[in-house]
Design a protein around this ligand. Sequence first.
Ligand code: SF4
Length: 360
Amino acid sequence: MHHLPPLRLGTLRVKTARRAKAPVAQGDLGLDLGNRELPVLDERARGARFLSLPVRQVLNSPATTGMEFWSINPYIGCEFGCSYCYARKTHEWTMEKQAGRPEGPTLRGRVAPSPAWHAFEHEILVKDTAPDVLLRTLDPAKIGKAPIVIGTATDPYQPAERRFRITRRLLEALLLHRGLHLGIITKSPLIVRDIDVLKAIGERHRLSVNISIVSADAALLRRIEARSPAPHARLRALERLTHAGINAGVLIAPILPGISDGWPALAALMEAAREAGARWVVGQALRLGDAARTGFLPVLEREFPDLVSRYQQRYGRTDRAGKDYERALARRILALQETFGFPLRDGMRRLERHVHPLPP
Ligand code: SF4
């Protein structure tokens, strides 16, 4: 049993000013803006503080996110602190909305850690009413055939979940229905706590669990992900899931050019995934939007200074690494999938089936 520090209750007050106009990506957060105070649910002796975030709805629709699936994120903010995390801005927007302030300063080009950066990892917003809201509002007819994915923006099994169990309660709410296509993305071995619910979910729905791992190299990972679980712990969790009959695979994302995209590194991860019983392994190159830039660029400069000019060339004007790189990486992933006996995923079948050196 895990020891938790004593519960401290209180309220974080945020200044009320003019209401911010929400960016499009935030339009479906379902925040209850009438509430100007965020009750403090818990505060650790060192580190994170957990704030209750009232919500009116839980499911983000494909229309509001621009993705092909519905999504649920039980938390905003994440203690794992991955440098490349693209969800940091979500936390900033949410706090601004709660405070009713106009949009804050843009993060574009900013490379130094900021209060917002710190807050993302240390002031975790907990949607503690989300399971009840989902129970009241889930309409399978409205969902249709599109999948519902839990954990598209922040990790649903981050440390907060150990205490608040929002993800587990959301899964329990989904047990009241049948026939949905459900996905979960996580870096955390905590998911094995819910094997019982996941097995029941798998009997009623089509379930896919993606264990997200950038590299099997623990030392490398520690340089780019401050507090994420070690890769061997994630692989062990994957093994427990697959042994329990849960449909699970590995998501290698993001793949970092020049850092984690080498054939030996990817092959090591694929081999470890196969040994853990993964049903699939898929991968995707780093996308470096504004929020990810803020966290990642200082780490790149500190840990991989020789790669700075290469990243400036590739990501200087766009958040994508470039079509040539992405195509070459897709070919490499495809070749590795074939080598290790994994199904060939997505549009990769159309690509040439031989490996090219990745462009710089
Ligand atoms: S685990 Fe996911 S949500 Fe958490 S910091 Fe890392 S990338 Fe962001």
